[in-house]
Design a protein around this ligand. Structure first.
Ligand SMILES: Nc1nc2c(ncn2[C@@H]2O[C@H](COP(=O)(O)OP(=O)(O)OP(=O)(O)O)[C@@H](O)[C@H]2O)c(=O)[nH]1
Ligand SMILES: [Mg+2]
Length: 501
């Protein structure tokens, strides 16, 4: 009889353990879904590209604790889980940034996704003891880039066409919007809601309504709360009949139940409004928004401040409406439909490299004062909320310029061709030093001043668009470099740090 040796038993057992652990690896890898949003041009694409590059290339991230502790192992891109969502074109965006003549990425106008996997050493010795067969920890990060414009639509789910029309027309008739809305308001004044639908009227009305939203957005750059969101950022729906409706005043005589009323202009626009909710708004919130665990909202606060009086109250409106979209537990149609909740939200002021370091804390204080107000207004509770002033890619450096007795804190960079300061128009090749101005020490000065429609200090901020820094991203020896940033590591720590414990 052949004797079974101990090693005969243990080898297969070890194999089984190994394949079990591989199985566990593939099926039990925790995933965090990270939503990245913000209005058009807020800096979403640059942020995601910089985030991914810094993680892949082991960039300088001293406040990202897992990396600072030396616990990060391999980091790599993996195929994303959702086949029906376009992939975030990380390689293309990076190639443009790393070119000899570096360029910012092109605008993107739809949702996209990327999966990044991080291998790391666990901190807790107990967990290390309990899970030796699992090896190092692994975390999938599914990054979802979606236009902030789409968030505005959540409120529509609780409205019918008449309610929406009433609110949309009241908004269009407020004094600071009337000028932009005039052509649209004049057009609908001549319409009869009960007349049969004429497609040309539907198209013209939708075009004029969209033109009004666009004009108004230029004045309310933080996050205009006027929608529908796809009118501003249509994504794949540009030109679709789903976007050919607009608000109409209610008529005195209501004949809803008849065939004629359904075929009428009012009836048809109402039907399209409902289709927009069913085929556009609900699928987005159900398939994407409701699955997000962590959210970063990028805000171009300096552009907002530059926009002049009313800008700060607009920012406050914007933050309030974002928080309302994420408010857990409120007994709304939205929360019944989409049970899951986001547990961390980061409001990040982007492009902080447009200001000298001395103003970064002030920018953060301003955002945090606004967020506190917004949280009180939105009765927000349940998620951890943080504010940060950040530059995903730093395109300036700092210097002091003499000005009589006082040294002025300046930033130095290469303004993009066509940018101008007073009479000087930049050629895109010349470096320049700029005193961008100071934000006030006390954010309340700015908030109270601009909320009273009198800008205090904000008019002193000068924002120029700078070219991305010129840097070799790939060294001859094969090593990868990451672009410089400001406080990107703090953003990463807040968004995923605890998941790497
Ligand atoms: N200096 C500086 N500029 C930035 C930074 N991030 C974004 N920008 C500027 O902002 C512009 C818009 O950035 P994107 O990342 O393309 O913005 P987005 O939110 O993806 O915009 P859409 O795709 O149009 O919705 C860029 O072209 C840059 O000019 C940054 O970290 N530093
Ligand atoms: Mg983009």
């Amino acid at each position: 009889m052949a004797h079974l040796k101990f090693s005969d038993l243990t080898e297969p057992a070890a194999d089984v353990a190994r394949s079990l652990s591989a199985y566990a690896h593939d099926f039990v890898v925790p995933t965090v879904r990270l939503g990245v949003t913000g209005l058009s041009r807020a800096g979403k694409t640059v942020f995601i590209t910089a985030l991914v590059r810094n993680l892949l290339a082991d960039g300088r991230l001293p406040f990202f604790s897992a990396q600072a502790d030396g616990r990060i192992g391999r980091v790599y891109l993996e195929p994303q889980p959702d086949d029906d969502v376009p992939r975030f074109s990380y390689e293309d965006h990076l190639a443009r940034l790393g070119a000899t003549d570096p360029q910012w990425p092109d605008g993107t106008n739809r949702i996209s996704q990327l999966r990044l996997t991080i291998e790391y050493q666990r901190t807790s010795s107990l967990r290390r003891l309990l899970t030796p067969a699992l090896g190092p920890g692994r975390l999938n990060i599914d990054i979802i880039d979606y236009p902030g414009e789409w968030l505005i639509d959540l409120v529509l789910l609780e409205q019918d066409y008449d309610t929406w029309s009433r609110e949309a027309l009241a908004a269009a008739n407020t004094p600071h919007r009337q000028a932009a809305a005039r052509p649209f308001l004049e057009f609908i004044a001549a319409l009869d809601r009960a007349s049969p639908l004429d497609e040309a009227v539907a198209l013209t009305g939708a075009r004029l309504y969209t033109a009004y939203l666009e004009a108004q957005r230029a004045k309310e750059p933080a996050l205009s709360t006027l929608g529908p969101g796809r009118f501003l950022m249509p994504g794949d729906l540009a030109g679709s009949p789903l976007l050919t409706f607009f608000p109409l005043p209610e008529s005195g005589s209501i004949t809803r139940s008849t065939e004629g009323a359904r075929a009428s202009l009012g009836g048809q626009l109402g039907r399209r409004f409902e289709s927009y909710k069913s085929y556009v708004v609900k699928p987005f919130f159900r398939n994407h928004f409701s699955r997000i665990d962590r959210q970063i909202v990028l805000i171009d606060a300096l552009a907002a401040l530059n926009a002049g009086p009313g800008a700060v109250s607009d920012l406050n409106e914007a933050i309030t409406s974002v928080l309302s979209a994420f408010r857990p537990g409120a007994n709304t149609i939205a929360s019944r439909l989409f049970g899951r909740r986001v547990d961390r939200i980061l409001f990040a002021a982007t492009k902080a490299d447009h200001l000298h370091r001395s103003s970064h804390d002030r920018l953060e204080l301003l955002l945090s004062a606004l967020t506190d107000r917004a949280m009180a207004r939105a009765l927000f509770a349940g998620a951890e909320v943080k504010t940060l002033a950040m530059a995903a890619i730093r395109s300036t450096r700092e210097a002091e310029a003499g000005n009589g007795d006082a040294a002025l804190p300046c930033i130095i960079g290469t303004p993009i061709a066509g940018e101008r300061v007073a009479d000087v128009i930049f050629d895109g090749r010349t470096e320049t030093a700029l005193f961008p101005g100071d934000l006030p020490d006390n954010p309340e000065t700015l908030i109270n001043g601009t909320m009273a429609q009198q800008p205090v200090g904000a008019e002193d901020i000068r924002v120029l668009k700078f070219k991305p820094p010129r840097l070799a991203l790939d060294l001859p020896d094969g090593r990868m470099l990451a672009p410089p940033h400001i406080r990107l590591d703090r953003a990463i720590e807040f968004l995923i740090g605890d998941k790497l414990a």
